[in-house]
Design a protein around this ligand. Structure first.
Ligand code: GDP
Ligand code: MN
Length: 391
């Protein structure tokens, strides 16, 4: 689960990770009030969406008067912000964060991510803050410092010194930077985060380190331990279909292609997507209906897949192990009565009672249900149908 920058900064504050003061606003009126509350004479108006690159997209602007706060807030609120992370459709801005302006001397990068190969959190730092870290990693990997932290040892001062030396910090900057990184690591561990990213982490002209931006992603499997994080969930930022799927116990991830996939088991689902790709098609989604596929789950699966208007065919690829294929076949027929499926459905059922299943589907004689003999045949037919070929 991801949260907004302003929420990440609330967490930073609790862990003594310095950030500028700011308040969230839902209207231009509130934006101006927030600026007045903050005082000073320079403010930053920041669009709050779950995507980075807002600055380049025009979602982060400096205001030098209260009148300018009002103008910028009214421009940014309600805009559809397009960044390299939102896709071309962009994201509608519902709220802006009004923050006190900071005098920037230097922009650094600091992040913590989970390294699954090392089985440890890794702190990532770079002098090249404010830029896309992926680009820096690609063009000049030497400018990126990575330090794995054994969770049983935790963050130690020597980790901090290694980071500070790597960043080329001056002697008198060391201790406040090490405290900053140590506090951030504590937040990462205690909140069961998967990723924390501060880009930029700025050195102010008065010599302090401040998190100017903040992004946190949490481990969904640990959310039950953190009701205060769960309460930060912003449903308007999440994909509707993905949400509905998870409420029904289905794992669904929307993708950009046009071949809908309904599969049992995550491994088979990935194999199915690979096969579709291999045959020149593009999967519209990942969908694992789980081990207990029945008429109800299949119907829900159809409903969720068809919410995506890019879908031009659906490939049902189910292996009957414990579930029997004949029951799935009946489930599919039942489901087509519950949901109006208006695209070709290619069905490959293999395993227990596959022969009976094929018989059931054939006898039902439904025009847009096409039987496939194996995975390859099914994927081929699904790709062809998505391309508009008559099968
Ligand atoms: P992102 O583009 O979504 O990553 O949003 P950021 O929060 O990183 O803001 C983009 C850029 O705006 C930063 O890299 C800064 O250069 C600039 N910026 C943000 N806040 C301030 C501020 O208080 N003062 C100044 N001078 N620049 C700021
Ligand atoms: Mn940023």
């Amino acid at each position: 689960m991801n949260i907004h920058e302003y929420q990440a900064k609330e967490i930073f504050k609790k862990y003594n990770v310095p950030t500028p003061n700011g308040y969230i606003a839902f209207s231009e009126e509130e934006a101006v009030q927030n600026a007045q509350k903050l005082g000073g004479n320079i403010w930053v108006v920041k669009a709050q969406i779950h995507a980075g690159g807002r600055g380049l997209g025009g979602g982060v602007k400096l205001a030098r008067s209260l009148a300018e706060v009002r103008t910028l807030a009214s421009e940014i609120l309600g805009m559809t912000l397009v960044t390299h992370q939102t896709g071309s459709a962009g994201k509608l801005v519902h709220k802006v964060y009004i923050e006190e302006g900071v005098d920037i001397a230097d922009e650094l990068y600091l992040g913590i991510a989970l390294d699954r190969a090392k089985e440890m959190p890794v702190i990532i730092a770079s002098r090249e803050g404010g830029m896309e870290i992926e680009k820096v990693a690609h063009t000049s990997p030497d400018k990126i410092i990575k330090i794995a932290i054994d969770p049983f040892i935790g963050f130690q001062p020597y980790h901090g010194r290694e980071l500070a030396f790597g960043l080329g910090l001056a002697k008198e900057e060391m201790s406040s930077f090490i405290q900053f990184a140590s506090n951030l690591y504590k937040a990462y561990i205690e909140k069961d985060a998967e990723l924390i990213e501060i880009n930029p982490l700025v050195k102010t002209k008065s010599g302090n380190f401040v998190a100017l931006d903040g992004k946190i992603g949490f481990d969904d499997n640990a959310l039950f331990r953190h009701p205060e994080i769960e309460a930060m969930r912003d449903l308007t930022e999440e994909n509707l279909a993905e949400r509905e799927a998870s409420q029904h116990g289905l794992s669904y991830v929307k993708l950009d292609g046009n071949v809908g996939c309904m599969v049992n088991g995550a491994g088979l689902a990935m194999g199915t997507m690979d096969t579709i790709n291999h045959l020149g098609g593009t999967p519209a989604n990942f969908l694992d209906v789980g081990g207990s596929a029945n008429a109800q789950t299949v119907a829900t699966g159809f409903k969720i897949i068809l919410k995506d208007h890019n879908v031009k065919s659906i490939f049902v690829n189910i292996f009957g192990g414990i579930v029997r294929c004949d029951r799935i076949a009946n489930g599919i027929l039942e489901a087509t009565k519950l949901v109006n499926v208006d695209v070709p459905v290619i069905v490959r059922l293999d395993g227990t009672n596959a022969v009976e299943a094929a018989e059931i589907l054939k006898n039902a004689n439904i025009k847009n249900i096409i039987i496939a003999t194996d995975l390859n045949d099914g994927a081929k037919k699904a790709v062809a149908a998505a391309n508009g070929d008559i099968l």
